[in-house]
Design a protein around this ligand. Structure first.
Ligand code: ATP
Ligand code: MG
Length: 417
């Protein structure tokens, strides 16, 4: 992609109404555009990042037999009334112009919709278990929308739901999803803390959250600095500055120090029991011919929140430092001193090899402006073609996360990148 053709431009200043680091850098870099409070467009650079995250999520969820589908954003009242979730404050309600009252809510979670679909196909124990997921826009009337993309009123979520004949089977799959989530977050360059939490307004049971440590996080967790056992402060009996009561595999108490940390919830998983299947009539006939309710669990990852969390934990004064796997482009190629002929060759060779290159081929920008944009946008590797490098038949290479630059011979470039 040529920067000269990219329709968005970087901004020198962040918008004054954005306080969160994620929104400031993502806006300045041209990744997102704020349309309304808590409502963002994903621009070409930002959408590339979102697509990369989604691809990782798809690969990992497909690998545990999740079946991808896509459900409507318009959720009719008849789905939400049986579970008493129609009237919740979280909803944005929708109605036709001449309707007196709203008959739809913009989907903020899809348990009900999928349960009704499943009820059409699931009859016998032989039809279970299965798991289905979507990557879709969710709408929530969030009160505090000051954290940029961390808390949108419209945002992108991956929601997976699993269906089982009994709780034990559910628990087995729950563990699989947990492992899958660790792989997803690791591939996205995030370290997460597995945390015990309450079900909040959506369920009475305990849930588990995947938390990224960050000063700006809206959650507070109590965690052991030794074994990393953690509980959300909302439910925790752990004491700040106490010691960790967790039993290690050898039976000994862990005794590590407990600390209080702010964190960002990037994902969560919960056992929902038979609440949705009871209320919406999703049952199966077991091996002895008896009718039972289906056990369900739900598993969410905020795709746009994940992108924002990465920006919060991986940046410096100059801009974003994207982890390799989710960077919009791997290489940020810069041409200086009018050496277009040579840099075009580098660009063509690399892109033909399948390397993703963002090519700053602009004519009117200064060296300083080009370098500043490369740092702001944050691709993992900067490559410079200039008089200085070409004198040595080389290009200059620098990792976004490091200070040192290195000269590499043109003929070695393809091998190195
Ligand atoms: P929170 O406690 O932060 O409001 P939640 O418990 O409401 O989150 P879920 O309903 O389980 O979250 O949604 C699944 C995932 O979707 C969350 O783990 C989070 O990553 C993401 N998410 C939830 N609400 C938002 C939001 N308003 N903006 C962006 N992402 C969100
Ligand atoms: Mg919420």
């Amino acid at each position: 992609m040529r920067l000269s053709q990219l329709f968005t431009k970087t901004l020198r200043e962040a918008p004054t109404d954005e306080v969160a680091v994620n929104a400031r850098f993502l806006t300045r870099g041209g990744f997102v555009f704020k349309n309304s409070a808590g409502v963002y467009s994903f621009l070409p650079l930002g959408w590339r990042v979102m697509e990369k995250i989604s691809k990782i999520v798809r690969e990992e969820i497909n690998a545990i037999d999740g079946q991808e589908l896509f459900m409507p954003a318009l959720v009719e009242k008849k789905y939400m009334e049986p579970t008493a979730r129609w009237d919740l404050d979280v909803g944005f309600f929708a109605k036709g112009k001449d309707d007196k009252e709203a008959s739809f809510v913009l989907g903020w979670s899809h348990e009900e919709v999928l349960t009704v679909i499943a009820a059409k196909y699931i009859n016998s124990y032989r039809d279970l278990p299965f798991a289905a997921y979507q990557i879709q826009t969710k709408f929530r009337n969030e009160a505090r929308a000051k954290s940029g993309l961390l808390r949108g009123r419209e945002f992108m979520m991956k929601d997976l739901y699993s269906f089982h004949t009994n709780e034990k089977d559910l628990e087995g799959y729950y563990e699989k999803v947990k492992e899958s989530y660790f792989r997803i977050f690791e591939r996205c360059g995030l370290k997460v803390i597995y945390t015990l939490a309450s079900g909040g307004v959506f369920t009475d049971k305990f849930t588990n959250e995947f938390q990224v440590l960050s000063e700006v996080g809206e959650d507070t967790i109590l965690m052991c600095l030794k074994c990393e056992y953690a509980e959300n402060a909302e439910i925790s009996k752990l004491k700040k500055a106490g010691t960790c009561p967790t039993r290690l595999p050898d039976g000994q108490e862990c005794s590590g120090d407990i600390a209080e940390k702010n964190s960002i919830e990037v994902g969560n998983i919960f056992n929902q029991g038979t609440k949705y299947s009871d209320n919406l009539g999703l049952s199966f006939i077991d091996e002895s011919g008896v009718k039972n309710s289906v056990w369900m669990a739900a598993y969410g990852i905020g795709i746009s929140r994940l992108m924002a969390a990465v920006v919060e934990v991986s940046n410096d004064k100059q801009g974003i430092i994207w982890p390799e796997n989710i960077a919009p482009f791997r290489i940020h190629l810069i041409v200086l001193d009018d050496r277009k002929e040579e840099s075009e060759k580098v660009y063509n060779e690399l892109t033909q090899k399948g390397v993703e290159v963002l090519y700053d081929d602009r004519n009117d920008e200064t060296v300083g402006e080009k370098f500043a944009d490369a740092d702001l946008i944050g691709c993992p590797i900067r490559v410079v073609v200039s008089n200085k490098t070409l004198d040595k038949d080389s290009v200059e290479i620098k990792r976004r996360s490091e200070k040192e630059t290195e000269l590499i011979k043109l003929e070695d470039l393809k091998k190195r990148l």
